[in-house]
Design a protein around this ligand. Sequence first.
Ligand code: HAM
Length: 527
Amino acid sequence: MANKAKFQAIRGTRDLLPPETALWNRVEQTAHAVFATYGYGEIRPPILEQKELFSRSIGAETDVVAKEMYIFGDPRLTRLERLRGTVKAEGATFWPSDVNSVDLFSMAVGKFVTALDELLNAEESESYDREQFVRRSVDLNQELAKFAQLASQGLPSEFQPQLTKSKERVETILGFFELGESLALRPEATASVCRAYIEHNMQQLPQPVKLYYMGPMFRRERPQKGRYRQFYQIGAEILGGPDAPAIDAELIEMLMTFFAKLGLEGATLDINSIGHAADNCRRGYVAKLREELIKVKDKLGADSQRRIETNPLRVLDSKLEHEQAIIATLPRIADHLCDECKAHYAAVKHDLDLRGVAYHENWRLVRGLDYYMRTTFEITARGLGSQNAVCGGGRYDGLVELLGGPPTKGIGFAIGEDRLILSLQESGKGAAPQGRDVYIAWMGEKTYATAIRAAKSLRDAGFSVELPPVEQKFGKALERASKLGARHALILGENEVASGEWTLKTLGDGSQQKLAEQALLEYLQKL
Ligand code: HAM
């Protein structure tokens, strides 16, 4: 019997279905429209990137990189890793006086070398350092030749120590190949956009470059309402040009305009400045914060205790009830910003005032990714429970440089589209069921050709039309029309086709009228 195991979407992922997808489309179309009015162009980076891109930009110690990233190996490297394992196993039982053992070892290395050659000949090196691999391959082949030369001497005892040495050198060289997991599903897209900026020399375009994106991101978090392992972001980034506070303010204004256009209720903007990485600014503050935290360490939970060492700023994020009173007494970054960062922050707030954008200052807003500096912000919305951040963003001058590009200013945000949709639905802004404009009830074989033509011309005019594939009795047709939420039924019997006067029934009130083809189209268009 065939295996009838049922498949389900993987935990933390889900199918987006109609009618809900209509709301997703409305949200995305609104983003395209609003962002275009601010001069942004769309970028569609790949979902798959080098793991290193994220660990370097987001930070190796952050939760996103250390715990939540979906990483995997290039299958060709995984194969090499397996072959290296065989060499290791043969090496463990290697005996220089035993022909069989020497053969097995050199055969295992031979297989590795063949697979390595295949890899290098394929010329694709997105998942490994090709130059380094080529150099090591030369070393390996040389050493393997030496080994074979020694082994061909018939294994006399005076050559055995040399043979063992050579075997060990082969193992050492093999050990140098980095064959681990090098690819990742993107957990966010800021790093990808910066990579693309560098890769396509966008610094030669008029600056700043304003880009936006939408698409799936992946983080292995514990799924709950508003938190998924595959989730969707709509984000925007401004790269290059000056770090004028007006840039920060306009980006935020665009965001709030977008939310307003969607009718999102109760969106609250929190802003902060986390300064820059210098002793007279954030570094100094973090040292001070750590000092204070150490004094109250015993009263903190395990997570916060750990963070005193790894990332004291993140303690400010804590939602634990009993830590709140302690956190309220901690030193605040606003009192420790350098003069430039302080002035920048004041100017951003002033510019937001000019634009009529309301905000709350939140000194505890620190964000969970390492690349931020100066302006940070988050937006919360209603109806989301504990996962109430619909958007996060901030400035990240220096990130492009960190990824090997020229010194470049940067700022951006990403909206959690799943959460935005949830919040819109909770406030009754969900999509109405799709329905149909017209259901064509055709009866009698001779009417079928007319029904096809009617469907085509109505669809050309932009109406949604349901044309049943098989003939139905009148009552049955009307029943289905109302089940599908059709607004009208176009009744085509043989009489209608012969006279050219079609019957249009309005399902809402049951009224009926006779109209010629053209008049019918005009009537519907007027509605
Ligand atoms: P983020 O704060 O990690 O920032 O994510 C931004 C938003 O994505 C969050 O506020 C949330 O709405 C949504 N989000 C994050 N994780 C999940 C999840 N597991 N399930 C559902 N929604 C989620 C970034 O990603 C930065 N790249 C934003 C940015 C752009 N900063 C500068 N430019």
